[in-house]
Design a protein around this ligand. Structure first.
Ligand SMILES: Nc1nc2c(ncn2[C@@H]2O[C@H](COP(=O)(O)OP(=O)(O)OP(=O)(O)O)[C@@H](O)[C@H]2O)c(=O)[nH]1
Ligand SMILES: [Mg+2]
Length: 651
């Protein structure tokens, strides 16, 4: 394997682990320093988990026999010196296959029976239902046992027309099926619906997940793949073959399942070895390849730099035989370079700009908090040191002063409590819109709108209406969000003007991700409804399944947004609340120590000593936070990785 891709993925994992350690150190500190920080601690824990479980998903999507599995073998599994995942002429991979590593389980392959398609339960649901899967253990030291086990991915069985219909796999336009039915009265269908391969390969251990898919038939039959799994992949690798060129069904897969709904796309023109011809010069072969690349890029509306020509078969062979010349000629090194730089690099960028920024801003807040506390303690120390040799009347004056500011302050706190109550009332109303109960009503209405006919026209109309409703809802939430934000801002201003608190502007609630995700679902639905095969044959089974999968997706989007809104609501007043408590504690401390000194002059020195000790401890904490922050800021800088800005991968 090319070192750059391997190295890049491993480096990325090391970076995540180091960052996770810094975050964990900060979380420990926070727990001890601020007993009221459980919300932040929980969030930090979530971030640590997200870093640990972070996945980089590469989906291989194409019509059958274009060489997806061969490319996966060549890219990731050549060290087993054989074709580990089964790849053969004709339709080979029968079920979508996810290859990954999860150390909570032994190496194994898990298979979901095709009959599960008869129920409305989603693939995602089955993933959390272990008893539904058949499991084969993998002996990782025995390539032959593994190869044998992997053959299950291509298992098929003969069933009657009724049975094929019952699992929603009968397709009267599929020639292979109709011919089989005529010839033997039976149809071949896959034995398994989905395969999960848990495999301890170093790259998979670093968080890489590979998704291998069968051709158009399976994609069309399992809407959840397009709606959820493929559209969530970090990059989709679309493969065509030089011998067939871009066919009609290639184009259909591209437009329906990839084109507009995937973030990063790489197109590969495979099997260039077929063009290698002893009677042609290398220049002639190169010219033919370039011409095919240009034509493919035009057809797919991609930049030519996103289309690469390869021979997966020769790449696998070259790696096994350690033939560097053939490896270079196979074109696979360019694919590895592109994946390393653009896909891994881009993923790294996303984490840097989101998680690192979020945690470092939390550390900055803590640092600011400690600085303020230090300043307060210093002025308190000054006050006490100035009392040395002074008479009791001065202390009495100071006590009156503290008590006056306490009264003044309590009045503001009462205003804060009122405002905070109003905000939590508004917040409840806002969250109510995003709750599953409200969504289920919307989904029920959509289902009603489609009626019993399950037609594409009905589906399209109902989804459009649903999206329109959620758009209005997002606007309503935006309005409520800015109302809350304004009310919070007034409270911040009140404390800034009356008690010299730091003036801050509370964060806004951002609903743009929600709207974008809903719009993406609308686009996928439109493509599905436009597809002539779905329109002409009116596949009720499929449309029903599509609607169900769509419903699950919308549920996820609502749940994510609800969680975000909850966090935002908690954060909108949290910094102010923290300052209010801190200020109260300062006033309490000040008046308590003045009272002690008023009663007994000897207490002055004890109080000074205690404050000095407290100052020293705060200073040590401040140094520790500075170090942590510095480390995080360094982590936030791009390393020597290329960023996602380059045009090489269509985003
Ligand atoms: N000549 C040549 N044949 C290739 C190349 N890559 C794959 N093949 C052959 O093409 C056939 C199909 O390859 P697969 O990897 O099974 O294709 P797939 O896209 O995974 O196909 P399905 O699993 O059926 O969806 C196999 O016989 C491969 O050996 C290549 O670069 N050159
Ligand atoms: Mg395959």
């Amino acid at each position: 394997m090319d070192k750059s891709l391997n190295q890049q993925i491993t480096d990325f994992k090391v970076w995540r682990d180091e960052l996770s350690q810094s975050i964990s150190a900060y979380r420990d500190w926070l727990g001890k320093a601020n007993p009221e920080s459980s919300l932040e601690e929980l969030r930090l824990y979530d971030i640590e988990q997200a870093l640990e479980r972070d996945k980089l998903i590469l989906a291989f999507v194409a019509e059958f026999s274009r060489g997806k599995t061969e490319t996966i073998n060549a890219l990731f599994f050549s060290e087993y010196e054989q074709r580990l995942l089964p790849s053969d002429p004709g339709r080979t991979t029968m079920c979508p296959t996810e290859v990954f590593w999860d150390d909570r389980e032994e190496p194994c392959i898990k298979l979901l029976p095709i009959e599960t398609r008869k129920s409305d339960d989603s693939l995602n649901y089955y993933k959390s239902t272990p008893q539904a899967w058949s499991k084969i253990r993998l002996e990782i030291n025995s390539p032959s046992q593994m190869k044998q086990a992997f053959l299950s991915i291509i298992e098929q069985k003969e069933v009657s027309l009724d049975e094929a219909r019952a699992v929603g796999l009968w397709d009267e336009n599929d020639q292979v099926m109709t011919q089989a039915l005529q010839a033997k009265g039976k149809i071949d269908i896959p034995v398994w619906r989905h395969a999960l391969i848990n495999f301890p390969h170093p790259l998979l251990k670093s968080g890489l997940v590979i998704l291998d898919t069968p051709g158009l038939n399976a994609l069309g039959a399992e809407p959840e793949l397009t709606l959820n799994i493929i559209s969530n992949a970090h990059a989709v690798i679309f493969i065509m073959a030089t011998d067939t060129g871009v066919t009609k069904s290639d184009m259909q897969i591209w437009t329906d399942h990839i084109g507009n709904h995937c973030r990063r796309k790489i197109a590969l023109l495979n099997k260039i070895d077929i063009l290698w011809d002893a009677l042609k010069t290398q220049a002639e072969v190169d010219a033919e390849i370039i011409s095919q690349i240009n034509q493919t890029a035009r057809q797919l509306h991609l930049d030519t730099s996103s289309v690469l020509a390869i021979s997966a078969q020769k790449a696998l062979l070259a790696k096994i035989k350690r033939d560097t010349e053939l490896l270079e000629r196979s074109g696979i090194l360019k694919v590895e370079k592109m994946l390393a730089e653009n896909v891994v690099g881009a993923k790294h960028d996303i984490l840097r700009t989101t998680l690192v920024m979020e945690t470092s801003s939390m550390v900055k807040n803590s640092r600011r908090f400690i600085q303020q506390r230090l300043a307060n303690r210093r002025s308190q120390l000054d006050e006490l040191q100035n009392l040395r040799g002074k008479n009791r009347s001065i202390i009495e004056n100071l006590l009156t002063e503290v008590s006056e500011s306490r009264k003044h302050y309590d009045a503001s706190v009462a205003t804060f409590n009122q405002g905070s109550n109003v905000i939590s009332g508004l917040g409840k109303h806002l969250l109510g819109l995003l709750e599953q109960e409200n969504l289920q009503k919307l989904l029920e209405e959509s289902k009603h709108e489609i009626g019993d006919s399950w037609s594409t026209v009905g589906l399209n109309r109902s989804i459009r209406k649903l999206i329109q409703q959620t758009r209005q809802m997002a606007e309503e939430i935006n309005g409520m969000g800015s109302n809350i934000q304004q009310q919070a801002e007034q409270l911040y201003q009140l404390f800034a003007s009356r008690h010299l608190f730091e003036a801050r502007i509370p964060p806004r609630l951002d609903m743009s991700e929600f709207t974008e995700r809903m719009a993406a679902l609308e686009m996928i639905t439109e493509a599905f409804c436009r597809d002539p095969v779905n329109v002409m044959t009116e596949k009720h089974f499929l449309i029903r399944k599509f609607f169900m999968s769509l419903g699950r997706q919308v549920e996820t989007i609502f749940a994510d947004t609800c969680k975000q809104a909850q966090t935002w609501l908690k954060q909108v007043l949290a910094p102010l609340k923290q300052q209010i408590d801190e200020h109260k504690e300062n006033l309490d401390k000040r008046s308590k120590s003045l009272m002690q000194i008023h009663q007994n002059a000897d207490e002055l020195q004890n109080n000074i000593t205690a404050l000095e000790e407290n100052l020293a401890s705060l200073q040590a904490q401040s140094v520790m936070l500075d170090k942590l922050l510095l480390k995080m800021m360094q982590d936030a800088k791009p390393r020597n990785m290329t960023t996602s800005a380059g045009p090489a991968v269509a985003a």
